[in-house]
Design a protein around this ligand. Structure first.
Ligand code: NI
Length: 386
């Protein structure tokens, strides 16, 4: 590392260790809330360092605290779970590289703090390391908060930083984006109930399949006709279930899907429109209708207040030429839930191999460039030190 913020020999060692952790973690992918081996491995590594492991009463995930004797604490959060697939869980989102990054940063920060202590000094902040389970499905951050993490740690952090790899961005670059970065998401289920009966007597039946077809088409007007074209938004159907391949009208048809947006106001408006279209169309087609909308996560928003320190840390990690901006994404990330409690900043760290077309998140061909941790470890350290 060229930057004077870092001790280059200790950083080199921290990155080497992160690489070892990543190689191992890659071999034990586990799905949300079942990250038992992963948690055991993280615990074993944390026990090698002068950090306090804090039990928040969860079976997976881990929280630990580096006490630098300071009045202020910065939290660093990683996700630890793998992507569930038909063939079992796989690290197709790179959370193994994220976990390895945080373990590498722990090595660096603990080592530097020890050296500083020897000189009667310390790191500028205490550090809370959060190894969060279940990012896939966006339930892990909420679970940690529900388990009272903020009441069980020695000090509430003044800021929290998180990272995610980004295969579309060259490894070596860091995306520091101001404003909304990832979307608010809610999921919905719409159940249309008609009157089942023989297919030869359509006038005696109430067929929910036809109502479902109309609703699917009408819903497309929510984004195209009800939402400001300058507000990114998605309202999509993910599954349609109803009926069997025989000659009867079924009793029910069920549609599921999700709504995504950056603006909460837009989100609420889409939910209202969805409900009103479903109820109106159901009534017009003589069906009954139940609409269930479940909020999943708020939007990840990088505030102006957090932008400056976050930018400074990125420059310290890779130099100004490699700190970039990019358009946001309508994918969601439950780091947003931390942001509802603690001032937060979320980085994307380039993980694509320069000159190559890298597979996107969750693609079976997904992989993280081998030099990724050379950027991600210094970045998290810089968020604490620089
Ligand atoms: Ni991910």
């Amino acid at each position: 590392m060229e930057n004077s913020c870092f001790d280059s020999a200790i950083m080199k060692k921290s990155v080497e260790l992160a690489e070892e952790h990543r190689s191992y973690l890659h071999t034990i992918p586990e799905k949300a809330f079942e990250e038992y081996q992963t948690t055991a491995y993280i615990r074993k590594v944390c026990e090698e360092y002068p950090v306090e492991i804090i039990d928040i009463g969860m079976e997976t995930g881990l929280v630990c605290w580096l006490d630098a004797g300071m009045e202020d604490t910065i939290a660093l959060r990683t996700d630890i779970d793998a992507v569930p697939t038909e063939h079992g869980p796989h690290h197709f989102c790179g959370h193994d590289a994220h976990t390895a990054t945080l373990l590498g940063a722990m090595h660096y920060l603990c080592t530097i703090n020890d050296i500083l202590c020897g000189k009667g000094k310390s790191l500028p902040h205490n550090v809370l390391f959060i190894f969060q389970p279940a990012e896939e499905g966006t339930r892990g951050a909420r679970a940690m908060l529900d388990h009272g993490i903020l009441n069980k740690i020695p000090m509430r952090p003044s800021r929290i930083f998180g990272i995610h790899n980004r295969p579309e961005v060259d490894c070596g670059d860091i995306i520091v984006h101001r404003g909304p970065l990832m979307s608010e998401k809610s999921v919905f289920e719409i159940k249309l109930t008609g009157r089942p009966g023989h297919g030869s007597l359509p006038h005696k039946n109430i067929d929910p399949i036809v109502a479902a077809g109309t609703l699917i088409c009408s819903m497309q007007t929510i984004v195209s006709r009800n939402i400001d074209p300058f507000q990114p938004a998605i309202c999509t159907i993910n599954s349609v279930t109803g009926g069997k391949p025989d000659n009867s009208a079924p009793e029910t048809a069920v549609l599921t899907g999700y709504i995504r947006s950056f603006s909460h106001e837009t989100h609420k408006h889409m939910e209202e429109r969805l409900r009103s279209l479903a109820e109106g169309i159901a009534e017009a087609y003589q069906c009954r209708c139940e609409v269930e909308i479940t909020p999943m996560v708020p939007a990840v928003v990088n505030t102006d207040e957090m932008y400056e320190p976050a930018y400074r840390a990125a420059v310290a990690a890779v130099g100004e030429d490699h700190v970039k901006d990019s358009p946001p994404s309508l994918a969601s990330e439950d780091f947003a839930v931390w942001g509802t409690k603690i001032p937060s900043f979320f980085y994307w760290v380039g993980s694509g191999t320069p000159g190559k077309d890298s597979a996107p998140w969750h693609d079976p061909a997904f992989c993280v460039d081998p030099h990724y941790t050379e950027v991600s470890v210094p970045l998290l350290c810089a968020a604490v030190i620089c």
